[in-house]
Design a binder for this molecule. Structure first.
Ligand SMILES: [Zn+2]
Ligand SMILES: [Zn+2]
Length: 129
């Protein structure tokens, strides 16, 4: 028997938005003061602060692959990124000051934006139809 090795196509990791000095490991957890130990997520500082007083500066995501908690940023940050040519370069990332949120805080912030009609999913192909 000549066992021909079955050909495997390893999925190459796609370039995704990288946060300077912030590891985006989806297995990491955070011990949230309100929700206990949860998966981590990241949102811009404006969303993080809006969550503190229950307001929203907008909530924009551009999910890649099957990421459950894609990076979230506000309308103001989205406008800034557009000024930079649509890319999250180092300067844009620095200005957004991404904050770590627990998964449930993230969902809460997103929920506030959705009920305010200010949630946008740039990565959803059905949204552009
Ligand atoms: Zn922002
Ligand atoms: Zn939380």
């Amino acid at each position: 028997m000549c066992g021909a090795p079955s050909r495997r196509f390893a999925a190459l990791p796609r370039p995704s938005i990288r946060l300077a000095s912030t590891p985006m490991d989806r297995d990491e957890t955070v011990d949230c003061g309100a929700h206990g130990r949860q998966a981590i997520s990241f949102v811009c500082t404006h969303i993080a602060h809006g969550l503190l007083d229950g307001t929203t500066p907008g909530f924009v995501i551009a999910p890649e692959d099957d990421h459950l908690l894609p990076l979230g940023w506000c309308d103001q940050c989205e406008a800034m990124v557009q000024e930079f040519g649509g890319d999250w370069n180092d300067e844009a990332t620095r200005r957004a000051e991404f904050k770590l949120l627990c998964a449930l805080c993230y969902v809460e912030a997103k929920g506030i934006a959705i009920s305010a009609g200010r949630f946008r999913n740039l990565g959803d192909p059905t949204a552009s139809h």
